[in-house]
Design a protein around this ligand. Structure first.
Ligand code: 9MR
Length: 358
């Protein structure tokens, strides 16, 4: 398949009866969103097969984020081709229902197709990376106003072996891979919001301090090179058993704000493997963790958006990676398996709306 041109994308949206929004990338829902805009990361399988899931997206989201379909392994089965069809499916639905879209992501050490491992030189790596970002950002120029340009480029523990996360891009391009990615995204769509996205940025402890400093260092370095960076995405996969660092996070946000950089909450959910088996108590525990986290953030600033990594406990990566020892199903998200609102939902809503009033 030939890479789609912008014209063909717009034609595709027209086929769905969608206004391509040439005048404005902000959807009506965003413009009218009451309080902090709320996003939901969308998984393709339930999106295709579960009508209740689609309805929940329509009912609750201001923003949709394709959870996996914009990742390299989804778009780039072979080196010569781009397969946008599945991401387009979700994005067309977003447009049809007046939702905005965030793009996740343009560069990651993970979830890359096998052929990427065969890249053997700096030159080739740069060519492949630049080409990818140009094609993907251009394809969605009129419809994706905000991108996670780089995802998880900071080492899990910067105290051991330095700030950078190992991976194919670091191996060939060194720390420059971040500048290359941001520069290319900015050139391709000068009006897009460009975000550096990472996890483990809110808790107490030296490893978390080091992760916050690493992000600040990257942002400053990009700005020194006159490369635009507009936001930091705090993923917020929250462990119920960890404590937050109120001062550390406040300082982090204030420093970013002085640099003109916004905060987004990009992947909110709660790892509930150590909480009570009792579902009422567990749901309260999950809601409390989210309330504590949002309190830390909102005491300093209103984030630009809050996105949860899914919407219903029926579908979540946490059930695969953080199974409970007692075998009870995880309950990490705002709606339960039957799409009923949990206390976590109300907590998010309360913070979003309170921000609007203040
Ligand atoms: O939730 C995503 C899961 O369905 C995928 O299999 C996995 C690999 O692509 O990625 C998960 O999402 C991750 C996100 O892209 C980056 N931050 C951590 C998320 C959870 O692992």
């Amino acid at each position: 398949m030939e890479p789609l041109t912008r014209r063909s994308v717009l034609a595709g949206f027209a086929a769905f009866g969608i206004n391509s929004g040439l005048g404005s990338k902000l959807s009506p829902a965003m413009a009218q969103a009451r309080g902090t805009p709320y996003g939901i990361a969308v998984e393709l399988k339930p999106f295709r097969t579960d009508p209740q899931y689609r309805q929940a997206l329509i009912d609750h989201a201001d923003i949709l984020v394709p959870m996996n379909m914009l990742k390299w392994a989804s778009l780039r089965h072979t080196k010569d081709q781009f397969d946008f069809a599945r991401a387009d499916e979700i994005i067309a639905f977003a447009r049809k229902h007046g939702k905005s879209v965030r793009g996740h992501n343009l560069l990651w050490y993970g979830y890359n197709p096998k052929w990427v491992d065969a890249i053997s030189s700096r030159r080739e790596a740069e060519r492949v990376l630049v080409d990818h970002i140009e094609q993907v950002v251009d394809h969605y120029r009129e419809v994706v106003p905000s991108w996670d340009v780089v995802n998880e480029v900071v080492a899990h523990n910067p105290l051991k072996g330095g700030n950078w996360r190992d991976g194919i891009w670091l191996k060939h391009l060194g720390p420059d891979h971040v500048a290359i990615a941001f520069r290319t995204a900015a050139k391709t769509d000068p009006s897009a919001q460009l975000v550096i996205n990472d996890y483990d940025l809110a808790n107490s402890g030296l490893r978390f301090d080091a992760r916050r400093s690493a992000i600040l260092g990257i942002v400053r370095k990009l700005q020194d090179q006159n490369i635009p960076v507009h936001g930091v995405g705090m993923q917020a996969h929250l462990y119920a058993e960890r404590g937050f660092d109120r001062d550390g996070v406040a300082q982090f946000i204030q420093k970013l704000s002085k640099l003109g950089v916004n905060i987004l909450i990009t992947e909110l959910d709660v790892i509930d493997w150590r909480l009570s088996k009792n579902t009422v108590r567990r749901d309260m525990g999950v809601a409390n963790v989210v309330a504590e986290f949002l309190d830390v953030i909102y005491s300093t600033t209103e984030p630009q958006s809050i996105t949860s990594w899914g919407i219903t406990d029926r579908y979540s990566w946490i059930s695969d990676v953080f199974k409970r020892k007692d075998g009870a199903p995880n309950r990490p998200l705002p709606l339960d398996r039957n799409y009923q609102k949990k206390p976590m939902f109300d907590v998010i809503e309360n913070y979003r709306k309170a921000a609007q009033k203040s």
